[in-house]
Design a protein around this ligand. Structure first.
Ligand SMILES: Cc1cc2nc3c(=O)[nH]c(=O)nc-3n(C[C@H](O)[C@H](O)[C@H](O)COP(=O)(O)OP(=O)(O)OC[C@H]3O[C@@H](n4cnc5c(N)ncnc54)[C@H](O)[C@@H]3O)c2cc1C
Length: 399
């Protein structure tokens, strides 16, 4: 295998919701940008998790919102998704508004944003695995790619890996909630061949699963599992609730739980007879991972009191949504019609000068993460991190 070197101005690690926006934003401002993604596709958790709604896009009040709370790339993504599926419109679920989408459309929109874009190179199937620092600066990020190892020499790095991979490898300070208090993780799979005409299926599935848990036919941690019929006829998507773990066998265990759950429903519920699992996620999705120690840490109080900041760069109105291991999903809402801001200081690592973060790994408390981690907010954070990184390169060039 070859070992090569490559320089760039901005290195974005991770091509999920935040990383795509970061790469588009940094390259759009003229910075020579490299995006590395360990998977073979863009979209990260949103695609791997078979999500159906973009959350964190709108203000929540009685009136249906006309537009997204943040302008820029999130608004661009929303309008491109709506153009691809005009029948899909902003939808109210409980007290919040979301934008439904189809996985294939999100993939297409993300792909179109980064395809042949000037100043941007994208490397798929490429995983950052080693970081060399000198004093408090990242000098090299080594990447394992299909063509061998590449030593990337960036001016600035954006950690958009969701799991804080670069934060950890660079020795930057971080916070990680202890496993027992961490939010529930999840595992998604798709089922086809359901019989039509069962309008109550999304209510029946949790009911039957609870019964199976009571009878000890399924493990207790699956009790907060959700199921939604998908947009295609006879199809549905499961999100199994999984106890957070750092075990390397987590995907194998989740796959076995998925098969057990499906097998039980085939035997117990007539709508599932003749159905089969057609897609299983390649990873367990963590709601919570490593969060950088930034120049400011956003708190639950900042969220609920709708605090604004002089360096506020992203607006958000999503509630604090915590998936508690014992109680399941718990919500704390902002006042209707209000929003809070996320300051740029939450995106900047405190002790590594050329490291910014976006998406799930910004500097927030365990509770505040319950609000900031949704896709719409992650995209807006990515855009701002990309902007800050491009500005950092320009300022260094002028020194
Ligand atoms: C069960 C569950 C359901 C959810 N439902 C919704 C929902 O309905 N709507 C919503 O808006 N949000 C939802 N969320 C939240 C949302 O999916 C994520 O928090 C958000 O997408 C995170 O975006 P991100 O860019 O920070 O990370 P991710 O989307 O996780 O992207 C990180 C990317 O980095 C890549 N990567 C990781 N390590 C490396 C490495 N070493 N080198 C290179 N690449 C790397 C990964 O492959 C991935 O593509 C849900 C989350 C969970 C867990």
């Amino acid at each position: 295998m070859k070992n090569t070197k490559r320089e760039c101005e901005v290195l974005v690690v991770g091509g999920g919701s935040s990383g795509i926006a970061a790469a588009v934003s940094a390259s759009g401002r003229g910075a020579d940008t490299l995006l590395i993604e360990k998977n073979s596709f863009p979209g990260g958790s949103a695609v791997a998790g078979l999500h159906r709604f973009i959350c964190g896009l709108y203000i929540n009040s009685k009136q249906k919102p006309k537009d997204t709370l943040n302008a820029g790339i999130v608004r661009e993504v929303s309008s491109r998704l709506q153009a691809l599926a005009p029948e899909i419109t902003i939808t109210r679920i409980g007290k919040v508004y979301v934008l439904p989408f189809l996985t294939k459309d999100l993939k297409a929109v993300f792909h179109s944003l980064i395809y042949r874009r000037s100043h941007l190179k994208v490397l798929y199937n490429s995983r950052g695995f080693l970081v060399k620092t000198d004093k408090n600066r990242i000098k090299v990020v080594s990447v394992r790619s299909p063509k061998g190892t590449i030593d990337i020499i960036p001016k600035v790095v954006l950690d958009c890996s969701g799991e804080g991979v670069i934060i950890r490898l660079s020795g930057a300070g971080y916070r990680l909630t202890p496993l027992k208090q961490r939010q529930l993780s999840s595992y998604s799979f798709r089922v086809k061949g359901l019989s039509t005409g069962d309008d109550m299926i999304s209510i029946k599935v949790p009911y039957y699963l609870k019964q199976a848990i009571r009878e000890k036919k399924l493990p207790a941690y699956l009790k907060f599992t959700t199921f939604f019929p998908s947009d295609a006829a006879n199809e549905g998507i499961f999100k199994l609730s999984i106890t957070p773990t750092e075990s390397i066998n987590s995907v194998a265990c989740a796959k076995s739980d998925a098969r057990e759950t499906h097998r039980y429903l085939v035997s117990a519920l007539s709508s599932f007879r003749g159905s089969r699992i057609t897609e299983m996620s390649s990873e367990v999705l963590n709601r919570e991972g490593v969060r950088v120690r930034g120049e400011y840490s956003l708190s639950a109080d900042d969220v609920i009191k709708a605090r604004k900041f002089p360096d506020g760069v992203v607006k958000n109105a999503w509630p604090i949504e915590l998936w508690d291991q014992k109680k399941g999903p718990q919500y704390q809402y902002l006042k209707p019609g209000d929003y809070y801001q996320i300051p740029l200081r939450c995106l900047k690592a405190k002790d590594i000068v050329n490291l910014y973060c976006a998406g799930r790994c910004i500097s927030v408390s365990h509770e505040a993460l319950g609000s900031t981690r949704v896709m719409g907010t992650c995209m807006a954070l990515g855009e701002q991190a990309g902007f800050a990184a491009a500005r950092y390169c320009l300022e260094k060039a002028n020194l």
